[in-house]
Design a protein around this ligand. Sequence first.
Ligand code: FAD
Length: 462
Amino acid sequence: MSGANLAERLRAWMGADASVVADDGETLSAHGGDKWFANHAPEVVVFAQTTDQVSALLRFASEHKIPVTARGAGYGYVGGCVPMRGGIALSLARMNRIKDLSFEDAIAVVEPGVITGDLQAAAKELKLFYPPDPASLKDCSMGGNVATNAGGPRCLKYGVTRNYVAGLEVVLASGEVLRTGARVHKNKTGFDLIGLFVGSEGMLGIVTEITVKLLPLPPSRMTLSASFNDMSAAAATVQRIFAEGFLPSSLEIADHFTLEAARHDAGASGVPPGNAHMLVDFDGHIETVGVEMEKVRALVASQHPSALEVATTEEGCEQLWALRRQFSNSLRATGLTKLNQDIVVPRSRLVDLVEFAASLQKKHGFPVAAFGHAGDGNIHVNIMAERYNRDAAVREKVERALDELFAQVLAFGGVITGEHGIGLAKKRWWPQATSDVSRDLHRRLKQALDPDGILNPGKFLD
Ligand SMILES: Cc1cc2nc3c(=O)[nH]c(=O)nc-3n(C[C@H](O)[C@H](O)[C@H](O)COP(=O)(O)OP(=O)(O)OC[C@H]3O[C@@H](n4cnc5c(N)ncnc54)[C@H](O)[C@@H]3O)c2cc1C
């Protein structure tokens, strides 16, 4: 079926017009990629507005064996929503209603296109708290967060997206509508079907409604910023904080290259002196946060930092966090292509990881910047390549460096992705990262739920 033909047939089938089923060149090319490098235009884009439309679409696609690739906001980092086999890009962006937000039940029910930051803001109005905080929260969607099991700095204390999903409505490849879970905070009815769909990267079903648990909003927060002469001192301090029984809401570190990039980009005055930087957040009631922060401040001071500062107001905390939020932009401002790998290592291996990253830098000749969620071992290791998009030899060299990085991360007992997913970006390393039995089970689950392989084909299960 040609693109124009497909669009016509779909419009007739769905009783929809060109505002729902689009096949103009501009719309197609706007739905071919995300924030990674791959791009492949679909033949048609469908902007679903209801679950019934998604169901009708999937019945049609199943019958005609047409690929369907779900798309939230297109802010993924691994090419997950790229329609590699063409067909239909199914945008959930217009399903963006917060359907229910209840203080009494501490529950929100949302459509998948709701922007994560919008849900957080709406919850905050009611003194409720939705903790998962991907750095992209102002742009990414709840459906995308569910499909990638998104995380963020606060996940150290509060857990990732999966920990907050209490219920899902999912349209299966056949068009059947599954409702699983409930509007409650605890539930053990049957298998964990929610867990099956969270993180399934659009390959097992299309999420059309999400019920999330909410927490009481912590009334206050404090931030500590410290710098050290080297990463070993920062990592040792991280371990001391946990050894003394503290659980910060976030604990982030950044290495020398990242700090230097920020100094060049934003000016040295905004970046504390030192070669390794640490941010520690506590939240809760002001009295308890104050006591905890004072003890941690004393502990960090005893580790001989080159700079140490504590903010006790929301504004002050945000000023300290402005540096952390600037890192990605500062690295991009170097003019190099930033290849972000969200690997995770056991926390005891943080220093080994940073040392290994430095050895990669020496061996392959491109800078490596490491920063991120040190508390849970999820460090973003960024290979900074020159002429990446213009020179095949550079891309080949980067692939070899990544082969070495991922092999070492796995040897440390770590994993190749903590929050972004496999998508296309990490497809090459999927076999190494999983056992034969695990891959076979993935294939059997896929076969059971999507026997014709129409959902997001071309990704890591192919
Ligand atoms: C600057 C920046 C910072 C980031 N920081 C973080 C971070 O701190 N933590 C983190 O976890 N991630 C981060 N990311 C990655 C990204 O934002 C997350 O993966 C996010 O969850 C993607 O959401 P999205 O709506 O953009 O999804 P998309 O990119 O549109 O899609 C992502 C995947 O989800 C599938 N999908 C989307 N909607 C649905 C649905 N309704 N049903 C079924 N499948 C669906 C798609 O097919 C695709 O496989 C960052 C990205 C950027 C660009």
